[in-house]
Design a protein around this ligand. Structure first.
Ligand SMILES: [Zn+2]
Ligand SMILES: [Zn+2]
Length: 113
């Protein structure tokens, strides 16, 4: 794994929450991973903005400011319906429409879109 600064290091998605870790050091160069957070890889929160942007619940969910002009090959934002993700998707496969109790969740979903 190549990372010239631990600020650029990303753990595999799904291993941490979308919320930013309050311990994580974002302003200074980090020489070892433990300098960033005492919990290191076991920490359940996001370490740095990159982990947050590439988190499954954020990745391709928000519109890119550059829009169609964006040239970034691995941009974590979407540029149109073709690469847009809906983060609630897997959740609704677990709770089908006809299932009792899921109705209010579906109403909340339709208000969002
Ligand atoms: Zn942490
Ligand atoms: Zn972009």
């Amino acid at each position: 794994m190549y990372a010239h600064n631990w600020q650029d290091f990303r753990r595999p998605p799904f291993s941490y929450e979308r919320e930013q870790c309050p311990q994580w050091e974002t302003k200074h160069f980090i020489a070892t991973y433990a300098d960033g957070c005492p919990l290191e890889y076991r920490c359940p929160r996001s370490h740095g903005w990159k982990e947050q942007e590439y988190h499954p619940q954020n990745y391709k969910v928000h519109a890119c400011r550059q829009g169609e002009q964006c040239g970034k090959p691995h941009c974590p934002y979407y540029h149109g319906e073709r690469d847009r993700r809906h983060p609630l998707g897997p959740f609704f496969r677990l709770f089908p429409k006809n299932r009792p109790g899921a109705t209010h969740v579906h109403q909340a979903f339709h208000q969002l879109y």
